[in-house]
Design a protein around this ligand. Structure first.
Ligand SMILES: Cc1cc2nc3c(=O)[nH]c(=O)nc-3n(C[C@H](O)[C@H](O)[C@H](O)COP(=O)(O)OP(=O)(O)OC[C@H]3O[C@@H](n4cnc5c(N)ncnc54)[C@H](O)[C@@H]3O)c2cc1C
Length: 450
């Protein structure tokens, strides 16, 4: 049975196998010596026997860490296992501040998955998810299979380089290595930090993609932080922001004031300039209108849900999501035809801001949904809250911010936009600069402490 399970899932779930067309299982067999079976027999993960309904949460980012903690609080009977492929945490949010020396790396990374699990009575299981068999409620991981009663997937986003005209996998790979977007993994942040430190002048390009990309204000905030370093080091350099959108996508007035008043000769903002191709070797960016040469760059391509969502067969049809997000219902995050499987965080198809505060507050609610459903009950929909500070000045440290909820239309079963109580604070000041730090500390506390 186990072998059949693996074989079926390998065929169903492996992108590589699917891409190979006729030879998914055969490819595995060919790669193996002699008469070994086509598929490895599966084994169960080394985990203690579940003491209650087992909730498996995939992804130790903002969403997964919060779901794991609060589901256990909401229903102490849950036996919670958090499956995360990283063995070190470092946050994506707040990473821009590091580039301007406003925080150190410890601020982002000094948070332990082990401590989070011990403090909040769940198991942290360091493994990569590779497959799913919903019939037998089994998750396949690099460290063995795990049976679940409820499964929450919160694997975040992946980049979509094809949407910026880079189709060749070799070029995509070089672009990823040399000019990372800095919106998925901590190692990208280390590279961008090094780039900013080593920048000696010339042109640094920061691109902004179209679509519902991760953290709308973050590319503009990053441009400010790099410009602040250029200013501080008195370099002959500039930051060009090539924005695929017709206008700064959020807090526009606050960013424009910062660009004009703090970085007049340093930041050049170019709207409506979608990237249509990149040559990472000659350092050129093509758009419909022009070619831009650069000395260094952070190329932020379009985003899509983590490729894991597609590989597990949970992707929504293109009519529902053009970013390959999960096929879940609007109010309860449940995969459309499976009451045991949920998807939260930036892999969701909702028009919410793909940001940490949204993922965190949403996860508090998802934890309540799970606890209610384990008890055979339902709860009413609650909006997530998007609180987002953007630091625009490094000396003194000043920020702008937004605080928003969302509106649900029960007739159409859709999210229609921001609620009327949305507040945007566009005057930069030091109080909000401090607010940005306190907000991040609060989030770390909520995810890692008891
Ligand atoms: C530069 C930058 C600045 C930002 N600034 C802000 C900000 O100021 N305010 C704000 O609110 N938000 C900000 N954000 C956005 C915020 O960080 C994300 O929106 C939020 O963390 C999304 O949470 P998530 O849990 O959905 O995804 P993630 O935090 O990305 O977590 C996904 C997790 O899933 C794991 N995973 C993926 N695939 C697998 C697999 N197959 N097996 C096991 N584990 C897997 C990953 O390793 C990762 O740990 C910023 C992001 C960046 C990059």
């Amino acid at each position: 049975m186990t072998q059949q399970l693996d074989r079926r899932n390998f065929l169903k779930l492996s992108g590589a196998a699917l891409a190979a067309g006729s030879g998914g299982a055969a490819t595995v067999a060919m790669g193996q010596a002699s008469a070994a079976p086509a598929v490895q027999a599966s084994r169960m993960a080394d985990l203690p026997k579940a003491k209650g309904p087992r909730l498996v949460v995939v992804g130790g980012g903002t969403s997964g860490l919060t779901v794991a903690k609060y589901a256990k609080k909401e229903n102490p009977d849950f036996d919670v296992v958090l499956v995360e492929r990283r063995d070190m945490y470092s946050s994506c949010f707040s990473s821009n501040l590091w580039y301007a020396g406003l925080i150190n790396l410890e601020f982002l990374a000094n948070h332990s998955f082990l401590d989070a699990a011990v403090n909040n009575h769940y198991i942290y299981f360091n493994a990569t998810v590779t497959g799913l068999d919903r019939d037998s409620k089994t998750l396949l991981t690099s460290q063995g299979d795990i049976r679940y009663d409820f499964l929450v997937l919160a694997p975040g986003i992946s980049y979509d380089y094809e949407k910026i005209g880079v189709d060749d996998v070799g070029v995509q790979t070089d672009l990823r290595l040399r000019y990372p977007g800095g919106f998925v993994s901590p190692t990208e942040h280390i590279t961008i930090h090094r780039k900013v430190r080593e920048f000696e002048g010339g042109t640094f390009i920061q691109t902004v993609p179209s679509g519902n990309y991760r953290c709308l204000p973050a590319p503009y905030e990053r441009a400010c932080m790099i410009a602040a370093m250029i200013k501080k080091n008195k370099l002959k350099g500039k930051v060009i922001i090539l924005d695929a959108n017709p206008e700064i996508t959020i807090k526009a007035e606050g960013f424009h004031s910062a660009f004009d008043e703090l970085y007049k000769d340093i930041i050049e903002y170019v709207p409506q300039m979608a990237v249509k191709g990149v040559d990472p070797y000659k350092r050129k960016i093509e758009t419909d209108f022009d070619t831009y040469d650069f000395d260094d760059a952070a190329i932020y391509p379009n985003v899509r849900a983590s490729t894991l969502i597609e590989h597990l067969g949970l992707m929504a049809p293109s009519t529902k999501s053009n970013q390959k997000e999960a096929n879940i219902d609007t109010r309860f995050y449940q995969y459309v035809d499976d009451p045991h499987v949920y998807v939260s965080g930036d892999s969701r198809p909702h028009p919410y801001s793909k940001s940490a505060n949204t993922s965190n507050t949403e996860a508090h609610y998802v934890a309540k949904v799970l606890a209610a459903r384990a008890a055979g009950k339902e709860i009413s929909w609650q909006s997530p809250e998007t609180i987002c500070y953007s630091v625009v000045n490094a000396d003194p440290m000043q920020a702008i911010s937004v605080d928003a909820h969302y509106v649900y239309d029960p007739e159409k079963d859709v999210i229609t936009g921001f609620s009327d109580d949305t507040k945007v604070y566009l005057d930069r000041d030091e109080a909000k600069g401090q607010g940005a730090l306190e907000w991040a500390h609060g989030l770390y506390r909520d995810m890692f402490k008891a």
